[in-house]
Design a protein around this ligand. Sequence first.
Ligand code: AAL
Length: 437
Amino acid sequence: MAVSLPYNLPKNRLFGLIPLLVFVIIGCQSEKMSENNQSAIFPYGNVPPDKPNMPLSEAMNRVYEGSYTSKEVETNELFSNFKYTPLEGLDYHDGDGTISRRDVSKVIFANGKYYVWYTRRETSTPPSAKYGNDTIPSRDWDLAEIWYATSEDGFTWEEQGVAVSRMEKPYAGWRSVSTPDILVWKGKYYLYYQAYLYMPGGPGTQGDDCPVSVSWSDSPDGPWTPSNKIVVENGPSGTWDQYVIHDPYPLIYQGKIHLYYKGEMGGDPRVRAQGLAIAEDPLGSFEKHPLNPVINSGHETALFPFKEGVAALVSRHGLEHNTIQYSPDGVNFQVAAISSLFPIAPGAYVPDAFEDTGNGRGITWGLCHFRNIGLAEGKSHSILARFECDLSLDVHDPEMKQSDIFNHPDINFQFGLSEQQRRRIDANQPVATIQQE
Ligand code: AAL
């Protein structure tokens, strides 16, 4: 509002103008305030592509300044829900707990078919943490071997036999070999795995300490030559990965072998995080990244090249469980999406896992496991399944981008209150004392 004052008026007449001036000043201010109010209200419609020129809440600021790859979940290339299909072709002795398959590797395509490697336990009894001995497995992955299966369509799988057997004593892996993952490097195949030595009662009962070893072959069908070498060492005493190096997961990135792994930082319940070790030779030496841990959460973490960086499915544990993360450099990960019903121990089909193109295309399916099946009846074992997702730059599947998933109420009721919780509520105790199991 433009105002011009009558400068040539006598002083006494100026006093008479004061009410007018007050009116004009208030008018100016309220006009200014109403301009601000209008621009301070966030607009209706799709989230504006450009950051609005107005004060934003922290939440709305994150949409623009945060680590999401898109401003809406439906167009976020690193958001997906997950869909599951049972596999055809694998036998489980009617689920009596004497045969178990779990912890698949990445899926690769070779010789016109898909290949996957996994932990396979076939024992005369199901696992028993209490009675584990030379023939009774203490855990589902005790007294196990690494087997493989092939498939033409990824739904029906034919088990081909053992790839890596338990090692001769005293080599690491004589007690059990488990949790493999595959690397293809300069025309040769390398299987990395957890190689268990002796542990009173067997693996898993007093921590789960197992060095990472590797076997190699000229063909995905073997035969596999064990290196009988520990390629990723536990950290020195007092450091975060001093006891546990699990789930070795190799990718080729920036010309080098990037092997991600899970370590356990201690705590009760244990804090899991992911580390990175880099090598130029598949048999080592692997150098741990100085910024380890590079992911602060997760359990069996699947990673894949994405755009110029690396993406990760981070599930099960930690502050950032059930997130999909992205790092532009393979090291500095940030949350790119939050999802639910994550595959457990996913081994994705990662077509460009070893291509090092600098333009990773993402993933659309893989295998995973369901564990503790039959536990209540003393028949504990794991089974493999297939998952689908759309974390690919080349696929656009709107059904995979729905975030509002409706489960049957039975699924929620399965996660009902424990007896202890119910007693607490009935007794109207104001503060919960929940013991970790
Ligand atoms: C898994 C993996 C490792 C653990 C155990 C077997 O799912 O994290 O392999 O040692 O559980």
